[in-house]
Design a binder for this molecule. Structure first.
Ligand SMILES: Nc1nc2c(ncn2[C@@H]2O[C@H](COP(=O)(O)OP(=O)(O)OP(=O)(O)O)[C@@H](O)[C@H]2O)c(=O)[nH]1
Ligand SMILES: [Mg+2]
Ligand SMILES: [Zn+2]
Length: 303
């Protein structure tokens, strides 16, 4: 039975690329199966005329997930790294950025910030202090302008992409598909002008899709923009450990079960008050944690 990789998933339909000759086939699953995602390695049965049936999936090396109130959504499997694409216009949400970074950290997926639309100079300058905060925490920050300087952007990103499978994530309108278009010349992706009236990106990508970079230099996965990013699949401890600036202070709070809110003797709040921890990230973390705890009370057995 031939081996293949899932290169796109939309609902219960898949596109797979065969290992043997790289042909792309349309595939469905046999019977009831667990969820499958772009990046999954599968064995397929050939049905002829471009059709295949997915027979089984190999165990995953890792998975990138988010959750909403009802279910956990698998975004992609078997990725080597991820890039969260942000831009100054439309303005990115730092809470969503933080959520994605927590999910990556907890899922053990290295992640970089791709700050796109560098050409929007004034808007970019306004977000620079926030970008600097992430650089100071040790995150890799790659500045790009996929739309206005594709050659330069390719040169910036290729050393980071080479030899790896990279998942691009981000809010709608940040430029994920434009980045993929600048890296994969034959990617027939629809990119749309941002709706000026909404000051928010229009959803142009509706399914997750994996592309091979030219010269077989790696793979890149484009994903649809999101408006929320639930973390209910993370435990309290996973969330706290995913904040790099918290880690050296864990275990130093007065109370063993400190939630780092307004408990007396909280080492983390102490560091915030001393100006050693970025207060914006701290407040966003408390908001995310409170929401996940509320969700766990609504749906016992999760979180
Ligand atoms: N000024 C500027 N605009 C850019 C740049 N890169 C992309 N854009 C524009 O940003 C808008 C959104 O780009 P997309 O690539 O569709 O964004 P996306 O992240 O794929 O959005 P979704 O598919 O909806 O999640 C388009 O109008 C692009 O032309 C850039 O470097 N500079
Ligand atoms: Mg897109
Ligand atoms: Zn504490």
């Amino acid at each position: 039975m031939p081996n293949a990789t899932i290169v796109a998933s939309y609902g219960r339909h898949f596109a797979v690329r065969t290992d043997e000759d790289g042909t792309t086939l349309s595939a469905v699953t046999r019977g009831k199966r667990g969820s499958l995602a772009t990046g999954d390695r599968v064995r397929i049965g050939l049905l002829g005329s471009g059709q295949a049936v997915i027979d089984s999936a190999a165990p995953r090396r890792n998975e990138f997930k988010r959750s909403d109130a009802f279910r956990t959504k698998l975004i992609a499997a078997n990725v080597d790294q991820a890039g969260i694409v942000i831009a100054a216009d439309p303005p990115f949400s730092e809470e969503l950025l933080l959520r994605v970074l927590l999910a990556a950290e907890a899922g053990d997926v290295p992640i970089a910030l791709l700050v796109n639309k560098r050409d929007l100079v004034a808007a970019r300058a306004a977000i620079e202090p926030r970008i600097a905060a992430y650089r100071a925490l040790g995150y890799t920050v790659l500045d790009c302008a996929a739309g206005s300087a594709p050659d330069e952007t390719r040169a910036t990103l290729l050393p980071w992409l080479r030899g790896r499978t990279t998942l691009l994530l981000g809010e709608s309108g940040m430029g994920k598909s434009t980045l993929v278009n600048c890296l994969v010349p034959d990617a027939q992706l629809r990119t749309q002008a941002i709706s000026q009236a909404l000051a928010a990106g229009r959803h142009t990508t509706t399914f997750t899709r994996l592309f091979r970079l030219p010269g077989d230099e790696g793979c890149i996965i484009d994903s649809p923009g999101f408006q929320n990013f639930g973390l209910d699949h993370l435990s309290e401890s996973q969330r706290v450990h995913a904040m790099p600036e918290f880690r050296p202070l864990l275990g130093r709070c007065r109370f063993h079960n400190c939630s780092h809110g307004d408990e007396p003797g909280c080492a983390i709040r102490g560091a915030v008050e001393a100006g050693e921890i970025d207060v914006i990230r701290y407040r966003l973390f408390l908001r995310v944690a409170a929401e996940s705890r509320a969700q766990a009370r609504r749906l016992p057995g999760r979180g």
